[in-house]
Design a protein around this ligand. Structure first.
Ligand code: GLA
Length: 386
């Protein structure tokens, strides 16, 4: 992290001739289990990773915003007012945050800053949520606004939903803002209550395999899945005559009993969400009890459900997961994040990490045209001042 902070501060100094007023960071995340459950008011179980977005900034006396992104070597500028327009570039994350700060009647003025980071882009490790949380945290610092991490996460999600145009849930922003070093975060997406679960075990590692297949979340497929869930729960409400606000309120028995009320595809989409919510609760208990075997089994079932019922996996993710399942010492493996490319998450016995890395190196490139990158990660503190 220090390297990125240095890089960011140096870039700031080169551009603006002075040290920044504030330097903040926000981490990326990996989801252990609970996929596509957040926008169904279910449970998720992510952890932050030791990959960050750093934002160095200072306030300006006018209402102009100037930003430089080190990774793209690009600049964006906009005027802070109530009618910000989407431009279709990375600056939209900043415009979105500013716009939502304004909607919430939080007083901010102009600012200038530099963004740097090492969260892989488009890899499903929440680089965009980390950008939103870093900018949000920076604005809180620059304009002396007090706010909980919970609220900042909600503002980030609103920026993504209303401004960027991705109908994402709350998971990514929430864990980036509220995560803690060496802990996973079990979140109830209905009321945003959460519990931090220790992940410190010398003999256990979280390993991420990046398939190299990138995607933009703005892909319609994500929004489509979300609509399928909303449609499903609406149809089930009508059929049962019950008020079912979300798939969280539907159990498998009800879905089976009213199967005819939804399409065949809708049935599978709902089944994934309902079973995944249950798996996530079980996984939380398993981890608490140190029952890693059941945790691993739940990860596997999650992947299978995402593949067959929710249909958001892909050949590369399936290959990476299969390689991991076939490697001894791997406790569990599944795709992580929205899917359609991106990464897998693996829970691995520490002394099996090298074997997994080798297996991925040897087997993945034979089966796929992509090259995988492997990261052994550690959970870190959520968004904060450097
Ligand atoms: C993306 C979204 C999250 C969540 C996951 C799938 O990461 O941003 O809100 O829906 O996909 O679990």
């Amino acid at each position: 992290m220090n390297e990125i902070v240095d890089q960011c501060v140096r870039a700031f100094q080169t551009r603006y001739g002075e040290a920044p007023e504030t330097v903040v960071q926000a981490p990326g995340r990996v989801n252990l289990i609970g996929e596509h459950t957040d926008y169904n008011e279910g449970f998720v179980f992510p952890a932050t990773i030791d990959r960050w977005i750093v934002f160095a900034a200072r306030a300006r006396s006018d209402n102009q915003a100037h930003l430089h992104a080190v990774s793209f070597n690009e600049d964006v500028s906009f005027t802070i007012n109530r009618r910000l327009e989407k431009a279709g570039d990375w600056g939209d994350y900043a415009r979105g945050m500013v716009s939502e700060f304004q909607t919430a009647n939080l007083r901010i003025g102009g600012f200038e800053g530099v963004i740097a980071g090492n969260v892989p882009l488009g890899a499903g490790l929440s680089s965009s949520a980390a950008v939103e949380m870093a900018i949000g945290k920076g604005l809180l610092e620059l304009f002396d606004i007090q706010m909980t991490g919970q609220r900042l996460a909600t503002i980030g999600q609103a920026a993504e939903n209303n401004f960027v145009g991705v109908n994402c849930g709350i998971m990514d922003q929430f864990v980036s803002a509220n995560g803690r070093a060496d802990h996973a975060l079990f979140l109830d997406c209905r009321d945003l209550s959460f519990e931090l679960v220790p992940l410190v075990r010398e003999d256990l590692k979280i390993v991420i395999c990046n398939s190299g297949v990138t995607r933009g979340l703005t892909d319609s497929a994500y929004n489509e899945r979300r609509s399928a869930c909303e449609r499903g729960v609406h149809q089930l409400s009508l059929a049962t005559g019950k008020n079912l606000p979300s798939l969280r309120d539907v159990n498998l028995e009800t879905l089976e009993g009213w199967r005819g009320a939804v399409t065949e595809e809708g049935y599978r989409r709902c089944r994934h969400v309902i079973t995944e919510i249950a798996r996530t609760q079980l996984a939380f208990t398993s981890l608490g009890n140190g029952d890693l075997e059941s945790f691993g089994g739940l990860m596997r079932a999650s992947h299978e459900s995402l593949k067959s019922d929710y249909e958001v996996s892909g050949a590369e993710l399936d290959q990476l997961v299969q390689i991991a399942w076939d490697t001894s010492g791997v406790i569990g493996a599944r795709m992580t994040g929205a899917g359609f490319g991106g990464c897998t998450v693996n829970l691995v016995e520490a002394d099996a990490v090298d074997t997994l890395v080798r297996a991925v190196e040897e087997q993945y490139s034979q089966k796929s045209e992509y090259t995988a990158e492997v990261y052994v990660c550690r959970a870190v503190d959520g968004a904060g001042v450097e």
